[in-house]
Design a protein around this ligand. Sequence first.
Ligand code: CMP
Length: 147
Amino acid sequence: MIEQTLMLIKPDGVRSNRIGQVISRIEKEGFRICGMKMLRLQPETAAEFYAAHREKPFYADLLTFMVSDRIVALVLEREEAVTRLREVIGATDPAEAAVGTIRKKLASNKQENVVHASDSLSNAQVETSFFFSREELLSMLKKSTMP
Ligand code: CMP
């Protein structure tokens, strides 16, 4: 099934000039970029985005990290996009990530792990709405009028 999912390039990926490398890899894996924007997360938005981790010991540090620089948010589309993107980015901890994954190659540690990808189709919809308005999402569905 064709799905859309959300990917974030986190502050460490932006700071280390890896935006192009991550996007190039994603395109090679057959994802179509439907939407993309660079922004700086507000603390309240970061707290809400990662609310599922509120009780975790790393939550406060995670929020500090996520607002420490700009991020890039992308809506990506392909067959089985949610599962496939999780495979391509690899495990949270780069030490445990499979060889060839983005995190194995680029991540520093469990927190500064370059990218985030939604873990289910329903979360993909919720997470996408943090970054893209209804109008922007509708415009992604419209066919280009350019030749
Ligand atoms: P992400 O896939 O964005 O989802 C939750 C994030 O919390 C995760 O990537 C990491 O950035 C961070 N995280 C998860 N586990 C740990 C941990 N044990 N220590 C520090 N940060 C973590």
